[in-house]
Design a binder for this molecule. Structure first.
Ligand code: 15L
Length: 268
C-alpha cells in the first residue's frame, strides 16, 4: 500500500471523528489513537500520550502525524498542563525518537483569541499576529506552536500549525460565520499541510473561504489549500436568530469570542 500512513491523535474527538470519515478519500491511511475507544475501529491504539512505550509504538513507521489530541476548551491549568502541554511535548519526543519528519498541529484561534475583532474596513488579522491567548487552553496552543518551532530549529521536524477557527458540520453562531471551517475544507487543509513540501514551521489560519472572514488565509493557500465552502448560506438564519455581530459587547469584541468572558469548560 503506497498511501502515506498518518497517525491521527484524538481520533475519537470532534474533529478527529470528522477526519476519520473524510481523510481516506484524500489518499491517506490512518492509524487512530485516542484515550477512549474509537467507534468502528477495533485496531485503534487506546492510550494516553503519557504512556511513552505505547506512544512510540503508535508513532513507529508512520509518514506523518496529525495531532488533534488534547483538551479542546478551557480547564484548570493542571489539566491543560498534563493533556495539552506535556502531551504535545511527549508526542514530539516520540516523533524525534522514531524519525517522523512531519507533524500537523491543531492549534486554535484561541492562541490569539484576545486579538480585537477587526472593525469593518480594517485589514484581516495576519498570521504573524503576536500570541494573545484568551484562556489556559489558548496558552497551551501557543506552547504547541513554539514547541513546533523549536523542534524544527533543533531537529528538522517540520510542522504546520493550523489555528483552527470552528470546525463543525455547520456554523451555529454569528461569530462562527467568520471563522467556520467546514469539515470538507478541514480535510482539504489537513491534506495540504500533510503533503506540501518544505514547510519548516508554518503557521496558518484554518477556515473556509467565508464572506465574513476576519483573518488572512494567504499562508494556508500557499500550501496548496483551496477552500471551497463559505458560511454565507447560513448567515440570514443565524442573524435573524441572534442579531448582527456587535463588537461593543465584551463576548464579541475579540477573536476568541466568549472564551474571553465565559469560557466553555472541559467535562470528563
Ligand atoms: C476551539 O479551539 C475549540 O476547540 C472548539 O470547541 C470551538 O469552541 C472553537 O475553538 C471556536 O472558537 O469556535
Amino acid at each position: 500500500d503506497a498511501r502515506p500512513l498518518v497517525l491521527l491523535t484524538g481520533a475519537a474527538g470532534g474533529v478527529g471523528t470528522l477526519m476519520r470519515e473524510l481523510l481516506p478519500a484524500h489518499g491517506y491511511r490512518l492509524r487512530n489513537l485516542d484515550m477512549l475507544p474509537v467507534d468502528g475501529d477495533p485496531d485503534a491504539v487506546v492510550a494516553d500520550l503519557a504512556d511513552r512505550e505505547a506512544l512510540r509504538e503508535a508513532v513507529r513507521g508512520t509518514d506523518a502525524i496529525l495531532h488533534l489530541a488534547g483538551i479542546s476548551v478551557e480547564s484548570t491549568f493542571e489539566k491543560i498542563l498534563r493533556a495539552n502541554i506535556e502531551g504535545t511535548y511527549r508526542l514530539y519526543e516520540a516523533a524525534r525518537e522514531e524519525g517522523v519528519r512531519r507533524i500537523v498541529f491543531a492549534s486554535s484561534n484561541h492562541a490569539v483569541g484576545a486579538t480585537e475583532w477587526p472593525a469593518p474596513g480594517e485589514p484581516p488579522i495576519p498570521v504573524d499576529a503576536p500570541h494573545r491567548p484568551d484562556t489556559f487552553y489558548g496558552l497551551s496552543k501557543c506552547f504547541g506552536e513554539d514547541l513546533a518551532q523549536l523542534y524544527w530549529e533543533l531537529h528538522g521536524i517540520e510542522t504546520v500549525s493550523i489555528r483552527i477557527g470552528s470546525c463543525f458540520p455547520k456554523p451555529t453562531s454569528v461569530r462562527m460565520l467568520s471563522v467556520w471551517m467546514s469539515p470538507a475544507d478541514g480535510a482539504r487543509l489537513f491534506d495540504a499541510a500533510l503533503s506540501a513540501p518544505n514547510v519548516g514551521h508554518t503557521v496558518v489560519h484554518g477556515s473556509s473561504a467565508n464572506t465574513r472572514t476576519v483573518w488572512d488565509l494567504t499562508s494556508a493557500r500557499a500550501l496548496g489549500y483551496e477552500p471551497r465552502d463559505d458560511s454565507e448560506p447560513f448567515a440570514a438564519e443565524l442573524i435573524a436568530q441572534h442579531g448582527e455581530l456587535d463588537t461593543s459587547r465584551p463576548e464579541q469584541a475579540r477573536l476568541g469570542g466568549h472564551f474571553m468572558t465565559d469560557p466553555p469548560l472541559w467535562r470528563e
